[in-house]
Design a protein around this ligand. Structure first.
Ligand SMILES: NC(=O)c1ccc[n+]([C@@H]2O[C@H](COP(=O)([O-])OP(=O)(O)OC[C@H]3O[C@@H](n4cnc5c(N)ncnc54)[C@H](O)[C@@H]3O)[C@@H](O)[C@H]2O)c1
Length: 332
């Protein structure tokens, strides 16, 4: 049995809670939030763009606290799951690792490259396992696409386009000093996935603009590779009411693969004049947490994603930010 302490009971805390309920051999033993209502297990009134989040926690056998350090010092907590706003990540990752816990933390890992590097250094020297929660690497349809790219089953990739646009999420996200703006908070998913599939681009060229958060809230980027065309669009600048949009289209030599989260049959493989659906179950949060638990059980550090990957992702994002700012291609 792996015993978990969950810190931060907003949207992502609710999603992670729901995922743990489905995983065998996992027990939630403690939860913490600065809001006493949430710490007592009442998660009503939160935000979220994905169905399935829990509203009420089953608090039997679970200690609820508003003191994050109390949770970190509980000997029965083996692994700490951090779903706090981004500026709080470093402090509680480092403290949890120092307390000898295994740690998973929501994306983006940090607001700056320096902060992410300090986290990576703490993770490298820690007894516990550390994993940044880059959920798209585990999203069933996207993990399938990554595999198809890796094993060349449809030939080489000619081009790939990723799209993630939404209206401004409520709460602290509009404060760019806390969220980093859509470039960091939302577009990070696609930058990381591009890096995961194709390696580090040799350069980026981005266009975008500063929005309500005071940071870049809309961006399109060309990731420059010698043998393929790769672009991503990200933004939370859309009018309220605009549906959350997540899409990936990959053109292979012999097929077009398309994932559209708004479609009933989300993943399609188009070739030979046919569009064949590939139906996959589950979500990325469940798969990501299952993998984290598997790493704890086997004692192996995560191979699918680690802190150094998150540092590289932030370096690419910083190049994208600079490209928007000065209007030039930025080499990496
Ligand atoms: N992987 C994904 O798809 C995804 C989606 C949304 C958010 N996130 C990330 O998850 C993390 C948490 O985001 P969220 O959407 O759950 O946020 P949220 O606002 O819904 O929840 C944050 C929780 O932290 C608590 N909290 C503790 N200290 C706080 C403080 N000083 N200021 C504000 N809240 C405080 C709040 O009470 C709240 O319960 C962020 O890093 C965010 O970028 C990831």
């Amino acid at each position: 049995m792996v015993r978990i302490g969950l810190i931060g009971l907003g949207f992502m805390g609710r999603m992670h809670y729901a995922a743990y309920q489905k995983l065998p051999g996992v027990k939630l033993v403690a939860v913490a939030d600065r809001d006493p209502k949430r710490a007592a297990g009442d998660l009503s009134g939160g935000w979220g763009n994905i169905e399935g989040a829990a509203e009420k926690l089953d608090m039997s056998g679970v200690r609820g606290t508003t003191d994050f350090n109390e949770l970190l010092n509980m000997p029965e907590v083996e692994a700490v799951d951090i779903c706090l706003p981004t500026p709080l990540h470093e402090e509680f990752i480092v403290a949890a690792l120092a307390a000898g816990k295994h740690v998973i933390c929501e994306k983006p890992l940090a607001l700056s490259i320096e902060s992410a590097e300090r986290i990576a250094a703490a993770a490298a020297g820690a007894k516990g396992i550390f994993m940044p929660a880059m959920c798209m690497r585990f999203w069933p349809q996207w993990a399938w696409i990554k595999q198809a790219i890796a094993d060349n089953r449809f030939g080489r990739v000619k081009d790939a386009t990723f799209r993630r646009v939404a209206s401004m999420p409520p709460g602290w996200f509009i404060n760019g000093e806390m969220s980093g703006g859509a470039i960091l908070d939302l577009h990070v998913h696609d930058t990381d996935f591009v890096f995961y599939c194709f390696g580090k681009p040799r350069a980026v060229f981005s266009r975008g603009y500063v929005g309500a958060s005071g940071r870049i809230d809309y961006i399109t980027t060309s990731y420059l590779y010698d043998d393929k065309v790769v672009t991503a669009e990200g933004g939370w600048n859309r009018a309220d009411g605009f549906p959350f949009t997540m899409r990936a289209t990959v053109q292979f030599e012999n097929a077009t693969v398309d994932h559209d989260a708004s479609r009933e049959r989300q993943l399609l493989v188009c070739r030979d004049k046919k569009a064949e659906p590939v139906d996959l179950l589950g979500d990325g949060y469940e798969a990501e947490l299952a993998y984290f638990i598997e790493c704890i059980r086997s004692g192996k550090r995560p191979g699918i994603v680690n802190a150094d990957d998150a540092v590289t992702g932030l370096r690419i994002l910083e190049a994208e930010r600079k490209s928007v700012e000065i209007g030039q291609v930025i080499a990496l």
